[in-house]
Design a protein around this ligand. Structure first.
Ligand SMILES: [Zn+2]
Length: 352
């Protein structure tokens, strides 16, 4: 805030380039490096938010006040007479990055993509991460809830969702974003997001220590104790992989409903041999189903239909066991994990 009450008079600004501002007023702002945000500088805006001393957002005070009690408190706690002013607007300094603030403002003050309802929104991880962190920080609860719900569709806490295609596809997320998801879950205290976030981190191998690069080029890492959880969990998954494979492929006996036992006994042995020779056999991605390969091999090897189904059921059951153990594998406590949906055990996997 300025000691005097002179208004910083900004130079003409351009909408297409970021123009440094000049001013003779003594303010803590480094006006040589100050930029108006291209997207959020409204001529009739009533407050200027300044991100990290460098980027200004001229927006509408009353609209932000109505949506965030934290913004409301910040705006009222500073007396206008004591404030530095830009183009007649009081100034509020924020420690957040300009990228993060822009993501939040696109939700709070949308200029496009006004949605009445959509089930098919596709968000980048940067968007989602910024919206979760800032809506948490500024107490915009309904936005936070929606963002977390979106994240949960990809970092699910239910085995059924995991085994459906939607859980496996993570649009616009990269593998390393799982690191960010662990940190988000810690920040907002949503432990149900953690098992799959850690599971995905564990798949990164050594890359997990390199963190992931945020939009502002800073790098976000797992906290030390979470990194340890990840590494220990990866070792545990590798150990469990062998027993999962043994459970899925180790049964050399045709099922009770088998329609041609001799042929199926040979086919099951060959199925097991194919698994051993498979290039993915040593991976720690034990929650990924073998069902696709089983279907393919069963057809090649002429396994009967009931035996094929029995192997698919074993695959699901073995992975379900790992799923139930995930919190333990990563040293987590997640209330209610694996408490439901046990009808899977009795449901024929072929039943839609
Ligand atoms: Zn059979």
């Amino acid at each position: 805030m300025s000691a005097d009450n002179h208004e910083a008079r900004p130079p003409k600004r351009s909408r297409t380039e970021d123009t440094p501002r000049q001013s003779s007023a003594a303010t803590p702002l480094d006006l040589d490096n100050f930029q108006c945000h291209e997207e959020f500088w409204f001529d009739d805006g009533s407050i200027v938010l300044i991100a990290q001393q460098k980027t200004g957002f001229r927006v509408y005070r009353a609209l932000l006040t109505a949506q965030s009690t934290i913004f409301a408190d910040m705006f009222t706690s500073s007396s206008p007479s004591a404030e530095e002013m830009i183009e007649g607007c009081p100034v509020v300094h924020l420690s957040d990055t300009p990228e993060d603030i822009a993501h939040l403002l696109r939700v709070l003050l949308p200029k496009s993509q006004r949605l009445l309802y959509s089930r098919k929104s596709i968000l980048s991880f940067h968007q989602l991460s910024a919206i979760i962190r800032l809506s948490h920080k500024y107490h915009v609860q309904d936005v936070l809830d929606q963002a977390v719900e979106y994240l949960q569709t990809h970092f699910t806490s239910t085995f059924d969702a995991w085994t459906s295609n939607t859980a496996l596809r993570v649009p616009l997320f990269s593998a390393r974003h799982a690191i960010g998801v662990v940190n988000l879950a810690r920040l907002i205290d949503r432990p149900a997001l953690l098992p799959i976030a850690f599971y995905r981190c564990a798949q990164l191998g050594g890359d997990v220590v390199s963190g992931y690069r945020r939009e502002d080029k800073t790098v976000e890492y797992l906290r030390r104790r979470d990194l340890r959880r990840c590494i220990d969990g990866r070792n545990e998954l590798a150990e469990q992989a062998a027993s999962v494979l043994a459970e899925v492929f180790g049964n050399a006996y045709p099922c009770d409903a088998c329609v041609r036992r001799e042929r199926c006994a040979i086919a099951l042995l060959n199925l097991s041999a194919r698994m051993v020779a498979d290039e993915f056999v040593s991976e720690v991605d034990v929650l990924t189903s073998w069902a696709g390969r089983i279907e393919e091999w069963a057809e090649d090897l002429d396994l009967c239909e009931p035996c094929r189904r029995a192997v698919i059921t074993q695959d699901r059951r073995a992975r379900r066991q790992v799923w139930d153990d995930l919190p333990t594998i990563f040293g987590l406590t997640v209330e209610g994990w694996a408490a439901s949906e046990d009808e899977d055990e009795t449901t024929d996997p072929d039943t839609p």
